[in-house]
Design a protein around this ligand. Structure first.
Ligand code: ADP
Length: 166
């Protein structure tokens, strides 16, 4: 039987426990999840290179999970990556009503670009709804708070803050 593949695209700068939760739940729906780390656009400045973001995301997975996950860097359109990887669906997480508005248009555009690919939304876990990469970076600047990112990722954020001199 053909393998079910979901593509989970995002910036993941850096990956949080919220992102990890979406991958775990995606694995309940598919045989394989491909994490597509978007290289970047002119409008977004990233703290971590795409390769660093891949390594950090990988550090969340158990060996059993890793066996079903592929990570790659891409530039360009998510819909084109979905076609190239023969994914049946694009996986996205929803936290807030404002996420929904953006995601709704994005899903419509991806359907236009790749009619055979469905967008699957997973609602955030209640306990993780407030977690984002940018807020984690903001908070860890001032306080060591667990439960947003892994300890390894928190350390990388602190290292980067020191390098940036802030
Ligand atoms: P993008 O720049 O593509 O929005 P992000 O790294 O911010 O990239 O997010 C990637 C995906 O993960 C998006 O679908 C986003 O809604 C989802 N996501 C981010 N944080 C959470 C969270 N705490 N719970 C559930 N989904 C989340």
């Amino acid at each position: 039987m053909a393998k079910r593949t979901l593509l989970y695209p995002g910036s993941f700068d850096p990956p949080t426990l919220g992102h990890y939760d979406i991958v775990k739940r995606g694995l309940k729906l598919a045989d394989r999840v491909i994490v597509g780390v978007h290289g970047g656009s002119l409008s977004k400045r990233h703290w971590f290179s795409p390769e660093e973001r891949i390594d950090l995301f990988e550090s969340y997975f158990s060996p059993e999970e890793s066996a079903k996950i592929e990570l790659c860097v891409y530039d360009g359109l998510t819909a084109d990556l979905a076609i190239e990887k023969e994914a049946q669906g694009i996986l996205r997480g929803l936290r807030t009503a404002s996420d929904f508005e953006f995601e709704f248009s994005m899903a419509a555009m991806n359907k236009h670009l790749a009619p055979g690919v469905e967008t699957i939304f997973i609602r955030t876990d209640e306990n993780l709804a407030h977690i984002s990469s940018s807020l984690s970076k903001d908070v860890l600047r001032y306080r060591s708070v667990p439960g947003m990112v892994s300890e390894l990722v928190a350390n990388k954020i602190r290292e980067r803050l020191e390098e940036l001199g802030s």
